[in-house]
Design a protein. Sequence first.
Length: 175
Amino acid sequence: MEEKDILVHACCGPCSTASIERLLEDGWNPVLYFSNSNIYPLEEVQRRYDALEKVARTYSLQVIHEHYNHERWLESVKGHEGEREGETRCSLCFAFNLKEASLKAEELGFRHFTTTLTVSRFKNSKRIFSVGEQFPGFEQIDFKKKGGFEKSVRLSKELGLYRQHYCGCEFSMHK
């Protein structure tokens, strides 16, 4: 791997748009990593992956699609199902997904990895960073900065991407 190669945990196509553009502007060589066992139901996983593939084609980037294991994710947040979004369950979810990305980065020889989760105005970047710092190679990039969220909305519309209306897990669907 080259020094500026970076594995990017990508939650969906819309969040990836502005994140990719920022990484490219900053000289990174991103490879997208779709590992989101938290997303429910399976049809939603496919809709988000399809949007991510469209983004990857637009930017000529590779996407790695990890095996979906919702049962293992449910086990990782057990006891926190009834919490509101933004509480401990979300930190456990971030830890689950960032650990997966860290392990994949190590397996593939990436020195750096990050996540598109920080582009969302609904996600606390400091919380994501505090979870991510426990994993070697995690790059703390706040994709909300420099108008990232607004840019992701605009680019998503331009590309005709599916935009979801909840974070991803069944516990955030109706909150």
